[in-house]
Design a protein around this ligand. Structure first.
Ligand code: HEC
Length: 134
């Protein structure tokens, strides 16, 4: 009896794994980052932006999650440029030069295309996975 239950679990495990595998949709992936994006990422790391900001919900919580700032309504590349260039009362001005700023912006544009940080409740289906179409 116990053995049958275990065999049942194993079958369910493999069936579920196959389901997830075939449901995967990589149509939204951006591919490998180019040299400019990598340079922006290095600045992101060396200035420790993640101490205050999250990507995909991971990071510090003093500032907002920046995963999808590039496509957020009313925000985008110029908006990011100004924030990074000037800083605010709460966000330091890092005195970055023009190319460091534009590469950081390109990095955040690349991150934005890689996925969504917040999954809308309606997009989650019964199996716990979600559709990228939302
Ligand atoms: C000491 C904490 C801190 C660090 C470090 C920091 N930020 Fe911020 N950042 C903030 C806060 C707080 C805000 C929200 C603006 C405000 O409240 O003044 C913000 C806002 C922003 C915004 C605008 C976000 C929005 O949705 O309006 C961008 C873009 C941004 N930061 C980029 C960066 C980048 C790039 C770095 C690294 C070079 C960085 N930040 C480092 C605290 C920080």
């Amino acid at each position: 009896m116990i053995v049958r239950i275990w065999i049942g679990f194993v079958i369910v495990f493999f069936a579920y794994s196959l389901l997830i595998y075939f449901q995967a949709d990589d149509g939204n992936l951006e591919g490998k980052p180019d040299a400019v994006v990598l340079d922006g990422w290095h600045t992101w790391q060396s200035k420790n932006c993640q101490a205050c900001h999250q990507l995909y919900g991971l990071g510090g919580y003093m500032g907002p999650d920046l995963t999808n700032i590039a496509s957020a309504p009313g925000k985008g590349q110029v908006y990011m440029d100004v924030f990074i260039r000037k800083g605010t009362a709460k966000m330091p001005d890092f005195h970055l030069n023009d190319s460091e700023i534009s590469h950081l912006v390109r990095f955040l544009v690349w991150v934005d295309k890689s996925g969504k940080s917040r999954v809308p409740g309606g997009a989650v289906n019964w199996s716990g996975s979600y559709s990228l179409d939302h």
